[in-house]
Design a protein around this ligand. Structure first.
Ligand SMILES: C[S@@+](CC[C@H](N)C(=O)[O-])C[C@H]1O[C@@H](n2cnc3c(N)ncnc32)[C@H](O)[C@@H]1O
Length: 228
């Protein structure tokens, strides 16, 4: 039975009750043209705002596992921010019914921190994959980040109840950290998110959304630095 966790604080679900894995694949993988975007790259950095259950991360790991060696980056760095980390038990209950994720879920849970102290957790999940889980408020921690991001997953709760995940400070730091031809995607198409991303230099497009959602946003940032 599919168990979709819900946040009382934000009055929202962690992923779509229609099919969270299909949503993750549609919104974040296809929305960022993965796997094409990472083909031929030595290193590729994804930054997610809102780790939650880790479903989006596991969708990436599963895609990586299915890709031929010559098509995947030698090093994948996945950075994710989370203010209210879930426990291993909650993550397991939420994700274990997707048998296809079993091995990557085990890999995540074997390294996932037991405590929820604020800080930066660098977790070597498997060969060639590092998860940097940053426990804290994104508005405090993102300005401290030093990275060159190739792709953004904007995965906060809905903007009406979780405005901190969609702040101007977040958008400004996304522009600061973006590499050349960086992409982003998000499940929401709310006007102020579209305007905020446009105002810092992203080229934003509204496309069909997943499940019950009419629209979502995708886009690119061309002002970033060339990856070394
Ligand atoms: C929709 S859920 C993320 C779903 C997730 N990507 C998944 O695969 O399960 C949004 C997440 O953002 C986190 N969050 C909300 N406000 C935050 C903040 N100010 N800073 C960091 N994380 C925050 C929530 O705790 C929640 O885990």
């Amino acid at each position: 039975m599919n168990h979709v966790p819900r946040s009382e604080i934000f009055d929202d679900v962690y992923f779509s009750p229609v099919d969270g894995l299909a949503e993750a694949r549609y919104v974040y993988l296809e929305g960022n043209k993965l796997p094409d975007s990472w083909k031929g790259r030595d290193c590729f950095t994804i930054c997610e705002l809102g780790f939650g259950t880790g479903l989006d991360f596991l969708a990436v790991l599963q895609l990586l596992a299915m890709s031929p060696a010559e098509d995947k980056p030698k090093v994948l760095h996945y950075i994710s921010f989370e203010k209210y980390p879930l426990t291993k038990d909650v993550i397991k209950a939420a994700l274990s019914h997707w048998g296809v994720l079993d091995s990557v879920l085990d890999a995540l849970l074997s390294k996932y921190p037991d405590d929820s102290e604020e800080g930066v957790y660098d977790l070597a999940i498997m060969e060639g994959v590092t998860l940097t889980l940053i426990i804290g408020d994104v508005n405090d921690a993102l300005p401290e980040l030093n990275a060159q991001v190739d792709c953004w997953f904007l995965a906060g709760f809905k903007p009406s109840t979780n405005p901190d995940m969609w702040s101007d400070l977040v958008f400004q730091n996304m522009a600061r950290l973006s590499a050349q031809a960086t992409t982003f995607s998000t499940f929401t198409a709310v006007g102020y998110v579209r305007r905020g991303l446009t105002s810092v230099g992203f080229d934003v497009q509204k496309i069909s959304g997943f499940g019950y959602k009419w629209h979502m946003l995708v886009g690119t940032y061309d002002g970033g630095k060339q990856c070394a």
